[in-house]
Every structure is written in structure tokens, then in C-alpha cells.
Ligand binder design. Sequence first.
Ligand code: ADP
Ligand code: MG
Length: 223
Amino acid sequence: MLTLENLTLAYPDGESGTLLALDSVDLTVPDGQMVALVGPSGSGKSSLLAVAGALVTPTSGTVTIDDRPVTGASAAERTRIRREDVGLVFQQPHLLPSLTALEQLQLSEALSGTRPRDSRSAAREALAAVGMERAADRRPHQLSGGMRQRVNIARALMGRPAVMLVDEPTAALDQDRSAEVMDLLARLTHERGLATVVVTHDLESVPVADRAVHMRDGRVSEH
Ligand code: ADP
Ligand code: MG
């Protein structure tokens, strides 16, 4: 479960002003629920994901993942949270051109000290979870946009996260591929009991989520 309580994130703006990227945000996402986060550009959607994923420290308020406090945790604990508790998926897959799909997934494990043999089976399992097991040995240029985004999602599953944070995963995809990616995220959320937040501009994909939350000027609302 992901719990955001009274979150505020202020950026300096101009001579003496501040801009509230997040303004008193409360949001609870239970296990196995996918929330679609929608709102105009600049409304604070990416800021919300960055704070929820321990990438950015809020000005005030708390983030909790499964009863473990994220805000106020030590730097070492926050690194562990980013690696093990949170799966992050961005719009652009950021895959390394020279690595196969399997190797992309193994790389993140190698950086955290897992033995290659262990990471190999974990990577195969994650690729299977997104329907990409037969493309394990392909490099990014041999994959379609939708397949690259699947590898990206598989990579986010490698740490066995409790929380999945996804920022506009379908922005670069056509309607059919977008629907496939949203269906995949919903299935993984339900099968693995993830607490998932997906930022989307694509209103057709909102009904795939269990719940829609709107964002405007740093505030969230549900209706
Ligand atoms: P969205 O993802 O909904 O487009 P963002 O979370 O990226 O919105 O941005 C929310 C607001 O915070 C915007 O006004 C943006 O300009 C501002 N902002 C985002 N990141 C920074 C930053 N690093 N420094 C200053 N202002 C920022
Ligand atoms: Mg954004």
C-alpha cells in the first residue's frame, strides 16, 4: 500500500515567491489497485510520482509504503526503497542499445550485487510476466515501441516492488499499443498485488484503471 499524507512540494519561483508543485496532497493506493492520474501539463503529476518514489524529498508531509516511512528515512534506506520497494517506468524506455532484453534486466541486478546466475532466472521470469520471453535475446533496435515499453516494465518488476509508478507510458505509442500496455499494467497490478499509479494523457486508457484521480495546480481530487 502507498500512502501520501498532506504532501507539499515547493519550488522557488521568481525573487521571493514559491511555486507549489504539490499542495496538501492526500492519496492512498491499496495493494492490487491501479490509479490513473490525469491532469493538465504542469499540474504536478510527475512531481507526485517523484516524491512517492523517494526520488525527491517533499517540503512537508509523509510518504509510507507498506507501513514503512519513506520520508525521514536515511539516505541508505531511501536507496534501498528505490531499488526494492518501488518500480519506476518512464515514458521513454532508456534501454541501452548494445544490450539484449535479458541483459537490460540483469544490469540493474548486477549493479545491486546479485550473482549473474540468480539475476538470469529473475530476468527470464520478469520477461515472461510481460509476454516477452521469446524476445529475450533481441536488442532494442530489433524491438517495436510497444515491446521496448514491455521490457521497460519488466525491468521495473525486477526488485519485486510493492509500488509501481508509471509516467505517461503510452505517450510514444499508437492507440492499439497504448491499450495493450495499459492492459498489461492492470493485469500485473492485480496479479502481483501492486499499488500502481499511472500518469496518462490518454483519456481512452483511464477506464482500464480501477480508479481515476485528477490533478490541477498541485492538488488532487476524485470525482
Ligand atoms: P506534470 O507532470 O503534471 O506536467 P510537473 O510535476 O512536472 O507537472 O510540474 C509541476 C510544476 O512544478 C510545474 O509548474 C513545473 O514547472 C514545476 N517544476 C517541476 N520540476 C521543477 C523543478 N525541478 N524546479 C522548479 N520547478 C519545477
Ligand atoms: Mg509530467
